[in-house]
Design a protein around this ligand. Structure first.
Ligand SMILES: [Zn+2]
Ligand SMILES: [Zn+2]
Ligand SMILES: [Zn+2]
Length: 271
């Protein structure tokens, strides 16, 4: 059988947010990083967007979503992938409410069943049988269930990277072409490490210097970066423990801290 013809194209990935669950600055803290004038120490909650040929693909809907999209001048999101259902990755979902007007259909949400259940519970008003009072009153959403098998979104293949996020919780990272995004994890199983082979731009969570029960700390993230051996690795989900300039000075070659607004390149196969 003839394989469909594909070619490689370069797409832009933008870090909307790079902060841990409480953001940086942290409410009530006046440490040096929280008071820092360096905007790279100012971190909203984690999300990225990929500008694909067929549309804008968002990963997660953090509480800061509206201000992040305004800041990056992104007027429309065509589809959303969810890594997991923690509040810092989910509770900006209502900001998707305007997009169905422009899309002409509900916003597709690609997520695992556990994430869907959390969304149906937390945003129950979006799934009520009652007729809405007016168009746009509630978000129009459409679930696309994903598991561990690769799936298609906006004309590209997404490979899920199953990972541990502490002892009781599983999350997904995602690989798209030569780019992988793996936040909120403290262990990447062997089978998932195989799925990261050949990645050229790798994003992984690194919370702080000291160990944490559900996130890689700096040292562990550096170790994973070495194993994956991408051309460039960016750390995200950063706490106020990590000053941008101080940490950048001590990271190995090819390893960097991400910051809000940072843009990187990914190479994907498209039809
Ligand atoms: Zn998180
Ligand atoms: Zn602080
Ligand atoms: Zn989490």
């Amino acid at each position: 059988m003839l394989q469909p013809k594909t070619h490689s194209t370069e797409v832009q990935v933008t870090f909307l947010g790079t902060g841990t669950s409480v953001g940086v600055p942290m409410l009530g803290c006046d440490c040096e990083v929280c008071r820092s004038p360096d905007r790279r120490n100012n971190r909203t909650r984690c999300a990225i967007v990929l500008q694909l040929p067929q549309g804008t693909l968002l990963v997660d809907t953090p509480p800061d979503l509206r201000t992040q999209l305004l800041r990056e001048r992104i007027p429309l999101v065509h589809a959303v992938l969810y890594t997991h259902e923690h509040a810092d990755h989910l509770f900006g979902l209502d900001d998707l409410r305007l997009f169905p007007f422009r899309l002409g259909h509900p916003v597709p949400l690609f997520c695992q069943v556990g994430v869907e259940q959390r969304i149906r519970t937390s945003f129950d008003y979006a799934f009520s049988d009652r007729k809405p009072t007016h168009a746009g009153a509630v978000p129009q959403l459409e679930f696309q269930t994903i598991e561990e098998d690769p799936f298609e979104v906006l004309g590209v293949t997404v490979i899920p990277i199953p990972m541990k996020h502490g002892p009781h919780f599983d999350v997904l990272g995602f690989r798209i072409g030569d780019f992988a995004y793996c936040t909120d994890t403290n262990a990447i199983p062997e089978k998932s490490m195989k799925r990261l082979e050949g990645v050229r731009t790798f994003v992984v969570g690194a919370l702080r210097r000291t160990p944490h029960p559900t996130h890689f700390n700096l040292e562990q993230a550096i170790e994973v970066a070495k194993q994956v051996d991408a051309e460039q690795t960016y750390f995200t989900h950063l706490s106020h423990d990590l000053d941008y300039e101080e940490i950048m000075a001590e990271l190995p070659d090819g390893v960097f801290l991400a910051y809000d607004g940072l843009r990187v390149r990914a190479h994907i196969s498209v039809p």
